[in-house]
Design a protein around this ligand. Sequence first.
Ligand SMILES: Nc1ncnc2c1ncn2[C@@H]1O[C@H](COP(=O)(O)OP(=O)(O)OP(=O)(O)O)[C@@H](O)[C@H]1O
Ligand SMILES: [Mg+2]
Length: 277
Amino acid sequence: MSAETVVPLPVPGPPERTPVLSMRGISKSFGKVQALTDIHLDIYAGEVVAIVGDNGAGKSTLVKILAGVHPADDGGIEFEGQPVQIPDPTTSRALGIATVFQDLALCDNLDVVANLFLGREIAGVALDEEEMEREAWELLRQLSARIPSVRVPIAALSGGQRQTVAIARSLIGDPRVVILDEPTAALGVAQTAEVLNLIERLRERGHGVVLISHNMADVQAVADRIVVLRLGRNNGDFLASEVGYEDIIAAITGATEHARPLPEPSYPRPRRIGPLR
Ligand SMILES: Nc1ncnc2c1ncn2[C@@H]1O[C@H](COP(=O)(O)OP(=O)(O)OP(=O)(O)O)[C@@H](O)[C@H]1O
Ligand SMILES: [Mg+2]
């Protein structure tokens, strides 16, 4: 190999495996607003992929396409290597994609067990309360979740505990991919640590985890890979262990683009009015 040979940059993610979920050239507009343009995303089992970007970068739109809330205009989605359509939320869940939206959609007046199994009765005609309670404890134990009782109403739990219940609920049916939209946005320090811990458990269990977050400290603490969206386009795919805070921020804000010399403005420069003092 000569000294001039260009060595290709390593591609993030383990290339020898098939991604559990892939987006290929996904675009989506809302009327005149182009929310996503030619998005590519691979999610592998047992990794946490953080999706970051400024307000309006397209993160929630991307999540909603995977969750079956919005159809994509263009591009394709593959699940375990097979092309799939996700026309509605039921199809998304049936494929094995679980989404925990920011508002959690828990019922405050129902207890933890009822929320976990809401609308998903355990097989059998009648609901078996004892069995559901046992399964609820088992699920929370697997997640090392600190919930004092599964018979307290959701309203009595802290923000972190509510997030935990919402995540636990998403795991019923054993999805391959778990998408978390801003899971720590409303949480204090200790509760955030609890949820980050929970995300680690999800990775250990082999789920592919997609984490949407504005909090770079959380992202750097827990993500294996960091995917940056900017103005609805891919603007970086980094291994978390190899990228620094500054580089992520530069990709989010487009600071590297601004570092290039700006072209001369094509409009007339404003005339100075009055003398400079
Ligand atoms: N239902 C909708 N109708 C019209 N425009 C929409 C709709 N949803 C999103 N948009 C627009 O699409 C673009 C991307 O929005 P999106 O909510 O995906 O961004 P985001 O990255 O989640 O932002 P934030 O960090 O503020 O949550 C924005 O310009 C937004 O105004
Ligand atoms: Mg959003």
